[in-house]
Ligand binder design. Structure first.
Ligand SMILES: NC(=O)c1ccc[n+]([C@@H]2O[C@H](COP(=O)([O-])OP(=O)(O)OC[C@H]3O[C@@H](n4cnc5c(N)ncnc54)[C@H](O)[C@@H]3O)[C@@H](O)[C@H]2O)c1
Length: 286
């Protein structure tokens, strides 16, 4: 079990109509999967579908409007996938937002927005789709997009973002062995800078979390940020994800540029850790 080829497989990609998600959608479709791009933004969906049409691949993709924070809508999406495709083989929990701003300005609206999409949306993906992925018995794979920000110490203005992505990592690491028993692989995508529209984060806030936000000014600044020429093309990240699925790689890391900071953080935790004669092994419970 597990994914050994993408031919004839059904993939559900959240935030699949832009940036990294679109790169993953394109690569999986090119390798023979039937891809459903689920996205909040009708304009992103329209552009992505045109892109597929231009490449002559319209028959391998479809799209649905979905806000991953809306649990009822997510459950309905999963039911539709069961009805239309006999359940999905690959779930890509990729939809995400990049709220950032001075920590002392942050309000609950900012916390609810960042955590709601970045970890809430991932949890909703697992809860909505796991029952059908276990029940159909074909096995499958779940990739969740975190960020290298989860592996390093970030500046305070990125605290909400980094913490929400760290939660994605630890959740996925913890569930991987249990899902392996059902032939379902689990991977975490840890991207560095990739060309995308993440600077449009402010546009992806629901109205009720716009009111009272302390990040309005920072999100306006973010909206003016230019995408760097040297940032990775989304399809390159998509290729890495495809390989990661086939190899059931736990961590799919796109860039090595934060290796020193990653090492420094791990070493700081170890340096603060007392020595102990007793060591827990893999099978021990804490
Ligand atoms: N681009 C980078 O450099 C980078 C680096 C590290 C991590 N990431 C992560 O990659 C993922 C994809 O982001 P991206 O950079 O491609 O940005 P993007 O904005 O181009 O794509 C994200 C897509 O998710 C959609 N989306 C946002 N909120 C949603 C919601 N509530 N429900 C459904 N769809 C929603 C957006 O409409 C958009 O189409 C995110 O999780 C982001 O945090 C990006």
């Amino acid at each position: 079990m597990g994914i050994t080829s993408f031919e004839g497989k059904t993939a559900f990609v959240t935030g699949g109509a832009s940036g990294i998600g679109l790169g993953i959608s394109k690569v999986l479709a090119a390798r023979g999967a039937q891809v459903v791009m689920a996205d909040l933004r009708p304009d992103h969906i329209e552009e992505a579908l045109e892109d597929f049409a231009g490449a002559g691949r319209s028959n391998q993709v479809s799209a649905m409007l979905l806000d991953v924070t809306q649990r009822e809508a997510y459950a309905e999406a999963a039911e539709k996938m069961q009805r239309d495709f006999g359940g999905i083989d690959i779930l890509v929990n990729n939809a995400g937002v990049g709220p950032e701003g001075p920590v002392l300005s942050a309000t609950y609206a900012d916390y609810d927005f960042g955590f709601g999409v970045n970890i809430g949306g991932v949890i909703n993906g697992f809860v909505s789709f796991l029952p059908q992925m276990v029940a159909h018995g074909r096995g499958g794979h779940i990739v969740s997009t975190a960020c290298l920000a989860a592996e390093v110490v970030m500046p305070g203005r990125m605290a909400i973002y980094a913490a929400s992505k760290a939660a994605v990592c630890h959740y996925c690491e913890a569930v991987k062995p249990d899902l392996a028993e059902h032939g379902i692989g689990v991977s975490i995508l840890l991207p560095g800078p990739i060309k995308s529209k993440i600077h449009e984060t402010g546009q992806n806030r629901p109205e009720h979390l716009r009111e009272g936000s302390g990040f309005a000014e920072s999100e306006e600044q973010l909206a003016r940020r230019e995408v760097g020429d040297w940032w990775m093309e989304p399809e390159e990240a998509g290729e890495m994800v495809a390989r990661g699925i086939l190899d059931d790689t736990t961590y799919i890391v796109t860039h090595g540029i934060f290796k020193n900071q990653m090492r420094a953080r791990a070493e700081a935790v170890l340096a603060a850790t007392p020595d102990s004669e007793t060591q827990f092994g893999d099978g021990d419970s804490i």
